[in-house]
Design a protein around this ligand. Structure first.
Ligand code: PMP
Length: 284
């Protein structure tokens, strides 16, 4: 693979960053994941808007313009012949030359890393037909989940717990209410109404979430932005998750209890179709 590091395109085994990089020492960095279908980028603008928000919340410089990110993404997609897959982007506060809790002085250049992942058939994941099973787990992350930082250890632990219990993912719960999945936003459907937690610092503001809620409204579906419990989810007609790489993925079992019929339902199926169709049309 060819990867991008601080303005250079290099073979992955020649790309290096400093051991003093704050992304490495402090998880002082933010990231974005953008899907590629048919060689084109999905929801690119939305990911740029969120990247700038994450950087702003952490008082970190944005080293590139949207146009420069776009050119670099496209260059990597082309160099690595990606038809279906992902582009990963990470911006860290860079290398101050030593370890210190205080942020380095302005002018310490950020580190920018980008790479691709090839995922042939990304939009035709067999799981979309059978649905995911999830478990619930306490949400033990920090309180600024709206910033897309690279502090992903707790979600990784939750994913490992899900795997150990033979399921696909974990829904995190705080004060008895579902926040989100390990790397996705969570939804239920009851009597035709789509329910998902409202935006706040408690969850990541999913780019796919924004698009799916817009498409749902355009298709005259009812949407309620409010929190829900695991018991309410188990009693729902359908459940699903959204993320840039899984798109809309049905959830058919929560903590061993079937959701609705235990089969993939019509609302999740339709939203997945609409999302893929509309996002492909708007892809850049
Ligand atoms: N919540 C969390 C915790 C995530 O990590 C992600 C994926 N990055 C999402 C939600 C979904 O966001 P998006 O639709 O922008 O991929």
């Amino acid at each position: 693979r060819t990867v991008y590091v601080n303005g250079e395109y290099l073979p992955e085994d020649q790309a290096t960053i400093s051991i003093f990089d704050r992304g490495f020492l402090m998880a002082d960095g933010v990231y974005e994941v953008v899907s590629v279908l048919d060689g084109k980028l999905l929801d690119f603008e939305g990911h740029m808007v969120r990247l700038k928000r994450s950087l702003g919340e952490l008082a970190m410089d944005n080293p590139l313009s949207d146009d420069e990110y776009l050119r670099a993404f496209r260059a990597l997609v082309e160099k690595n012949a990606i038809t279906d897959g992902l582009v990963y982007l990470q911006v860290t506060r860079g290398n101050p030359g030593d370890r210190d809790f205080a942020y380095p002085p302005a002018g310490t250049g950020p580190t920018v890393v980008m790479f691709t992942q090839s995922k042939p058939g990304l939009a035709d994941a067999p799981a979309a037909k059978t649905g995911w099973k999830v478990i619930s787990i306490e949400d033990a992350r920090w309180a600024r989940r709206d910033i897309k930082t690279v502090q992903l250890l707790y979600p990784s632990m939750a994913k490992m717990e899900a795997k150990a219990r033979g399921v696909d993912d974990a829904w995190m719960v705080e004060d008895g209410l579902v926040t989100e999945g390990t790397s996705n936003n969570a939804y239920i459907v009851k009597n035709g109404t789509i329910v998902t937690r409202a935006l706040s610092n408690d969850i990541l503001h999913g780019i796919t979430r924004a698009a799916v809620l817009r498409f749902a409204a355009e298709a005259q579906m009812q949407v309620e932005e409010r929190s829900f419990t695991i018991a309410e989810a188990q009693d729902a007609d359908e459940a699903f998750i959204t993320s840039a790489s899984a798109f809309v993925m049905p959830v058919v079992e929560i903590d061993g209890a079937a959701v609705g019929t235990g089969q993939v339902g019509p609302v999740a199926t339709r939203l997945r179709e609409i999302y893929l169709e509309e996002s492909r049309k708007a892809a850049v």
